[in-house]
Design a protein around this ligand. Structure first.
Ligand SMILES: CCCCC/C=C/C(=O)SCCNC(=O)CCNC(=O)[C@H](O)C(C)(C)COP(=O)(O)OP(=O)(O)OC[C@H]1O[C@@H](n2cnc3c(N)ncnc32)[C@H](O)[C@@H]1OP(=O)(O)O
Ligand SMILES: Cc1cc2nc3c(=O)[nH]c(=O)nc-3n(C[C@H](O)[C@H](O)[C@H](O)COP(=O)(O)OP(=O)(O)OC[C@H]3O[C@@H](n4cnc5c(N)ncnc54)[C@H](O)[C@@H]3O)c2cc1C
Length: 616
């Protein structure tokens, strides 16, 4: 499977290169590389072994290396003359980067770094493509000078001979084994023993080791985390795409499949006529749209911040970090949940490999773990919200994406309930700020009672992650509201199209309201009648969106090859394709399976003989 994936990935990369040259000659704009990776990944159901090369190796060389280092390594990597990965996680550590055990000791006598993975737990473990595909990697290690720890640093390390692909002396590299999906990616392990690299193999755009061993610290240590921020932004778009693919499959199947009359004596309707089926499928279509828009917004912010960082302006890093965490977590959680819900909406056929929903789930699910495990990232955001709440208490201004926190903090109570979109949006924001306030009170009480900050974070973890989740909901819903209601190009939309968008906004806001009703009721008084009115509106807007469901998913414009699903094919010939897939199964090559003579017949005969004996 790995070699097939590499073959497909190379073919797709070549195609991408020609497209880039045609549409973006000589450009190093990140979009083609991004789109390229998504296009390649979408075409390789078992995952793209070049993903981490495209998304992290080339990017780290460009953003963390000096211009000279880019010329030496980056250009060859961008041109796919060398294939690399990003080797940070170890067998023993993934989240806690300060606990990484791989070390780089500077030898000023030879102006080299001596790289070691001192224990089994220090082995790099997980990097995509490391097992068999890559001949280089970015090796992340704790930097030591005269045995004094200086923090994390990145090193360009060649691990395989460029001609023979043989692992180099001092390198122990291989595949980590089968996974629940992405088995074409050859995630690998890497051990290094006294492996020497020249001083100039340490990426030195932001921090340097001089020939005599003097260390020049980075002005902002967090900039070394930037490669992870990029992938978190990419995950937001990638996983909204996976959800859109699954929504397309389930929607198309739901207007082909007929089952269970709604009125006695009536013909069996398309299953999408059942209200409960609409509630399973249509909200996921809308969630995919909502996250695609939020992810595009975030990508623009990433590009602007990356350019600023290039100019040594690090001011926007904290806000980008917070939003990248929020969106990476929200899209990976919600897409994974949504894809499984859509699989269940397709009944038994949703469980068939020919439907491809299981594989889409297996492709989407690991995003809850890689690039920062979700609950760890929510804790990151929780900590940032605590810092920002202190700013609010001190009357200082907050970053733009948190401005609503200041506004809500000035409200002594929630205004009269109207149920309008603005009211629903304000309700989720108000609940978020209420949660931040409660979390801060708990956190602060712990710190005041002499707990360390890290311990206070741990023991306030449930409230911190709740506040972070609600901040994510507020950001995503606010972004969708602005795009639908206040977009500068709203007047270019036809009234019909605007109405569909407004129906999607209505559904998203009501769905989020019901999902967090408990969190909202802690801070806002809402009567039973007002809640029942929202229940009616929910049923109404599902009915309104039902006629547009197929058109919206068709607008995602996935080729049948990308969906790779007998249930979601454009021509709707589901049963014929299911049956065609079934007949291709190896077990159907013979009428009598080989195991009959070898196992089944003797087994049944032995039972029959025993039965006869017991009667005698
Ligand atoms: C197609 C898909 C391919 C998938 C390929 C997958 C690749 C990978 O998975 S690569 C490996 C990914 N690994 C991670 O994401 C590690 C996750 N762990 C963390 O992020 C760490 O917890 C840590 C790096 C955040 C460090 O934690 P800790 O040492 O406990 O330090 P603090 O939490 O106090 O943070 C210090 C300081 O730095 C700020 N910060 C943290 N991360 C970032 C960032 N990415 N960008 C900017 N700033 C960051 C944090 O807010 C703190 O700031 P202050 O409070 O102002 O000091
Ligand atoms: C498909 C896939 C591809 C990957 N590709 C790469 C790659 O290319 N390069 C690379 O370097 N890595 C890669 N990784 C590794 C990935 O980055 C790590 O798995 C991830 O960072 C989590 O670390 P861990 O696995 O060590 O889990 P841990 O950090 O051991 O976490 C395990 C559990 O402990 C909890 N936990 C840990 N710390 C805390 C805390 N401070 N507070 C609360 N709870 C905590 C976590 O929330 C989690 O529930 C990949 C992983 C996968 C699954």
């Amino acid at each position: 499977m790995a070699s097939m994936s590499v073959k497909h990935a190379i073919a797709a990369a070549k195609k991408l290169r020609s497209l880039q040259e045609r549409f973006n000659p000589g450009g190093s704009d990140i979009y083609p590389a991004l789109m390229g990776d998504e296009a390649i990944t979408a075409l390789i159901p078992s995952g793209n072994p070049l993903s981490v090369h495209i998304l992290m190796f080339t990017r780290a060389l460009r953003e963390q290396g000096t211009d000279e280092q880019y010329e030496k390594f980056g250009r060859r990597a961008d041109n796919n003359e060398i294939i690399g990965t990003f080797a940070q996680t170890e067998l023993g550590h993934g989240t806690y980067l300060r606990g990484l055990e791989a070390r780089a000791d500077y030898d000023r006598g030879t102006e080299e770094f001596v790289l070691n993975t001192p224990k089994l737990s220090s082995y790099k473990w997980w990097p995509g493509g490391l097992g068999q595909t890559c001949n280089y990697c970015i090796f992340v290690a704790q930097l030591y000078i005269d045995n004094e720890a200086k923090g994390m640093a990145m090193f360009v390390v060649q691990i395989r001979d460029e001609e023979t692909h043989m692992p180099l002396p001092g390198v122990h590299v291989g595949e980590i084994g089968k996974k629940m999906g992405l088995n074409g990616v050859n995630n690998g392990f890497l051990g290094l023993k006294d492996y020497r690299v020249p001083r100039l193999n340490m990426l030195m755009r932001h921090q340097q080791v001089l020939p005599d061993g003097r260390f020049v610290k980075s002005p902002v240590s967090q900039v070394s985390y930037f490669p992870m921020v990029f992938v978190r932004c990419m995950v937001a778009r990638q996983n909204s795409n996976y959800l859109a693919q699954a929504a397309t499959i389930a929607t198309r199947y739901s207007v082909i499949r007929r089952q269970s009359p709604i009125e006695e004596g009536q013909p069996e309707p398309k299953i999408l006529e059942h209200l409960t089926q609409q509630m399973k499928v249509i909200p996921e279509i809308v969630t995919a749209v909502v996250y695609r828009l939020a992810a595009a917004n975030l990508q623009n912010m990433y590009n602007e911040t990356a350019e600023a960082v290039y100019r040594k302006d690090f001011s926007r890093l904290p806000e980008l970090h917070a939003l990248a965490c929020i969106l990476k977590v929200a899209t990976s959680y919600d897409s994974t949940y949504g894809i499984e819900r859509l699989r269940q909406a397709c009944g038994g056929h949703g469980y068939l490999t020919a439907g491809n929903l299981g594989n889409i789930f297996a492709m989407a699910a690991p995003a809850c773990t890689y690039e920062g495990e979700n609950s760890v990232l929510y804790l990151q955001v929780g900590k940032i919200l605590m810092k920002n709440w202190s700013q609010v208490l001190a009357g200082r201004e907050l970053m733009p994406s948190m401005a609503y926190i200041s506004e809500c903090s000035k409200m002594t109570s929630f205004p009269q309930w109207t149920g309008s979109w603005e009211c629903l949006l304000k309700a989720i924001q108000y609940a978020c700020v209420g949660s931040i306030r409660l979390a801060f009170q708990s956190y602060n009480a712990r710190v005041q009672s002499a707990q360390s900050q890290t311990a206070a974070v741990n023991y306030s973890g449930l409230e911190l992650t709740k506040a972070a989740e609600l901040h994510g909901r507020s950001y995503v819903a606010g972004n969708f509201y602005q795009q639908i209601v206040n977009s500068p190009n709203k007047h270019q939309r036809s009234p019909q199209f605007q109405k569909v968008l407004e129906n999607m906004l209505e559904l998203h806001l009501i769905q989020i309201f019901f999902r967090h009703l408990g969190d909202i009721l802690r801070f806002i008084r809402i009567t039973e009648d007002e809640i029942s009115a929202l229940q009616r509106r929910l049923e109404e807007v599902l009915k309104e969106l039902r006629p547009d469901a197929v058109a919206i998913t068709d607008a995602f414009d996935f080729n049948d090859k990308i969906l790779s699903s007998a249930l979601g094919c454009y021509d709707g010939n589901v049963y014929e394709r299911l049956f065609e897939a079934a007949l291709k199964h190896p077990l159907n090559r013979k009428s009598v399976p080989d195991f009959f003579e070898a196992h089944l017949k003797p087994f049944m005969k032995e039972n029959a003989d025993n039965a006869k004996k017991s009667k005698l």
